[in-house]
Design a protein around this ligand. Structure first.
Ligand SMILES: Nc1ncnc2c1ncn2[C@@H]1O[C@H](COP(=O)(O)OP(=O)(O)OP(=O)(O)O)[C@@H](O)[C@H]1O
Ligand SMILES: [Mg+2]
Length: 246
């Protein structure tokens, strides 16, 4: 469903040049929940932005469904939650969704119906007519998720969907991801909350300094007795960091 093939991206010039995505390949299958892991600065958001076509790669190719990223129109299939969702502060939640729906060619009645349903699912109905400028971080995050789902896309790409959420919000997002999977959607998301990743994901990829350290199911991640995904993750990142220093 999503193919990332030998992707590379550098930022900066001269001495400040930094390879942020380094020959990265990923293959996300239709209908799976795929977790994207890595420490801060590993290149997760950059990879996601490359996949959405917001940045241009230096090397490599990406496909979404049968479309080539950068050449074909493919974003209609995708619902995207950015790491830092941006909203116009003077619009209400409903107006925000209306604007977004109209921009993606949806009909008025359908937008209204779908907005109300999704605002309900994300426990935001009470704030539907409130200005987004007055929203808390978690409320903005929930609205970002609603926004990504509005056009009922086949593929969901979420950059840290649980960030800033209270336990109920996290629970709602987890439930939502399970429901989306049950309805046949493909979900690719990054997160630092490894217990959530463990609960939800069919497969994971771990990146470190732009390089892939592991891709596969959690069972194959060599989690030893007495370890969980988190302690194994810390171990593999430490090993990789030491290997780079030496
Ligand atoms: N536009 C940019 N210009 C220069 N450097 C950038 C830019 N965007 C990201 N970087 C650098 O690329 C590296 C990877 O950043 P990225 O945001 O992809 O990491 P991440 O894995 O998403 O981290 P986090 O878990 O903190 O969100 C970082 O060192 C960051 O400083
Ligand atoms: Mg990030």
């Amino acid at each position: 469903m999503i193919i990332v093939n030998s992707l590379s991206k550098e930022f900066g010039k001269g001495k400040k040049r930094q390879k942020v995505v380094d020959n990265l390949s990923l293959h996300i299958l239709p209908g799976e929940v795929f977790g994207f892991l890595g420490p801060n600065g590993a290149g997760k958001s950059t990879t996601i932005k490359l996949l959405l076509g917001f940045l241009k790669p230096d090397d490599g190719a990406m496909r979404v469904r049968d479309k080539l990223v950068g050449q074909d129109e493919y974003r209609n299939f995708i619902g995207y939650l950015p790491e830092f969702p941006f909203f116009y502060t003077h619009l209400t939640a409903r107006e925000t969704l209306y604007l977004s729906g109209r921009l993606s060619g949806m009909g008025r009645k359908y937008i209204r119906k779908r907005s109300d349903q999704l605002l309900g699912e994300l426990d935001l109905s009470h704030a539907a007519n409130k200005k987004v400028g007055g929203f808390s971080k978690g409320m903005k995050q929930r609205l970002g998720v609603v926004n990504s789902l509005l056009h009922d896309p086949e593929i969901l790409i979420f950059d840290e969907p649980m960030s800033g959420l209270d336990p109920l919000g996290r629970y709602l997002i987890k439930e939502l991801i399970v429901k989306l999977k049950e309805s046949g959607k493909t979900i690719f998301f990054s997160s630092h909350i490894l217990s959530d990743i463990e609960e939800l994901c069919d497969r994971i990829a771990v990146v470190h300094r732009g390089r892939l350290l592991y891709a596969g199911n959690i069972g194959g991640f060599e989690i030893k007795e007495g370890q969980n995904l988190e302690s194994r993750f810390i171990e593999i990142i430490k090993e990789a960091t030491d290997a780079v220093v030496v």
